[in-house]
Design a protein around this ligand. Structure first.
Ligand SMILES: [Zn+2]
Length: 140
């Protein structure tokens, strides 16, 4: 059994000297007591990167999500974590399920499903309809 560190009791983590600035404005480091990855938004309060701030950090850590976006306003409608899915096939099946559920393939749909594991796709120009339908596998 691991020895319990100070921060296990106090929930106050002390970052090591080395810190990395993240693209989203947070700073990550390693706790000098428990040696786990900690993150701070204000450089004073440090939380475990897989702890309380998980919803905010889910995209900057290993957590992969599918994000349902309303493209005209770039409005995030829902995020779906996929960490629990076993493999890529399960993720694809989940995507197809969401596509069907939210009618993403329907003509005129403004919704888009973005996969945090993939590079962002180029925006389709809204004025121009696609020249030819992209062939993509349909469920069943
Ligand atoms: Zn700690």
């Amino acid at each position: 059994m691991e020895a319990l560190t100070q921060c296990w009791f106090t929930r106050v983590h002390r970052p090591a000297r080395a810190r990395r600035r993240q693209s989203d404005g947070s700073v990550s480091s390693t706790c000098r007591y428990c040696e786990r990855t900690v993150v701070s938004w204000d450089r004073e309060n440090w939380t475990l990167s897989n702890g309380l701030d998980v919803s905010r950090l889910v995209e900057t850590t290993s957590g992969r999500t599918l994000t349902l976006v309303d493209t005209p306003g770039d409005l995030i409608i829902r995020r779906f974590p996929v960490q629990h899915l076993d493999d890529e096939d399960a993720v694809i099946a989940f995507k197809l399920q969401l596509c069907a559920e939210y009618g993403l393939d329907e003509p005129g749909s403004m919704l888009e499903l973005r996969d945090s594991a993939l590079p962002p796709t180029k925006r389709k120009p809204r004025a121009l309809p696609p020249a030819s339908p992209v062939s993509r596998p349909r469920p069943r």
